[in-house]
Design a protein around this ligand. Sequence first.
Ligand SMILES: Nc1ncnc2c1ncn2[C@@H]1O[C@H](COP(=O)(O)OP(=O)(O)OP(=O)(O)O)[C@@H](O)[C@H]1O
Ligand SMILES: [Mg+2]
Length: 213
Amino acid sequence: MQIRGMFITFEGPDGAGKTTQIGLLSQYLSRRGMAVVTTREPGGTPLGDDIRRILLDVKYKGMDPRAETLLYLAARAQHAATVIRPALAEGRIILSDRFADSTLAYQGAARALAAAEVAAANEFATAGLIPDLTILLDGDPAELQTRRQRRGAGDRIEAEAIAFHRRVRTGFLQLAGKEPDRFRIINALDSVETINSQIVCYIDEFLHRREKQ
Ligand SMILES: Nc1ncnc2c1ncn2[C@@H]1O[C@H](COP(=O)(O)OP(=O)(O)OP(=O)(O)O)[C@@H](O)[C@H]1O
Ligand SMILES: [Mg+2]
């Protein structure tokens, strides 16, 4: 039998709980004997981590949106080619903290770059790689901001005005509306445990459905 990997992405606003939930899901899947790879964007590779530092540095406040997009995409191209695709080929389950949908929501919807152009650029960067499943942690930006502020000084993107974060949220919800088979929307304001069990249900359902194919 051919081994089949699975590419799962976690999306949502800053502070929505992506990193927390990836950690829990990774433990759950590992306990079940699955080969899991956790990774993040921007980052996931040495080149990507260097680009991440530039992207989040407050000294680049006001960075041109197209320059910003291309930096994210450069990091993503390296990530897709050298981490995600090889892991998928080995039949692993990849859990990525953000991926292409973040660029559509942040640079497309929130910075008002043309959606079709950003989508085409994503496709170029990833050579057409699309997640099997995307968990969208959705919540009111004002409430999530309070959660983030408890954590101390934010990065360049977190420092954007609340209106920006509202556009990000709307952008994500629109993407989910367009691809209901790939997206699962979860209320980010629920408890860590509730969210974890919902995610586990979605993953089990997906794996079960795929076994039958
Ligand atoms: N469901 C939850 N309820 C309350 N607090 C939570 C919940 N999930 C995560 N947190 C807390 O909120 C903060 C942000 O969580 P986390 O770092 O997982 O979010 P994130 O989406 O990865 O954020 P970022 O985009 O900034 O990396 C952390 O302090 C975390 O402990
Ligand atoms: Mg995080």
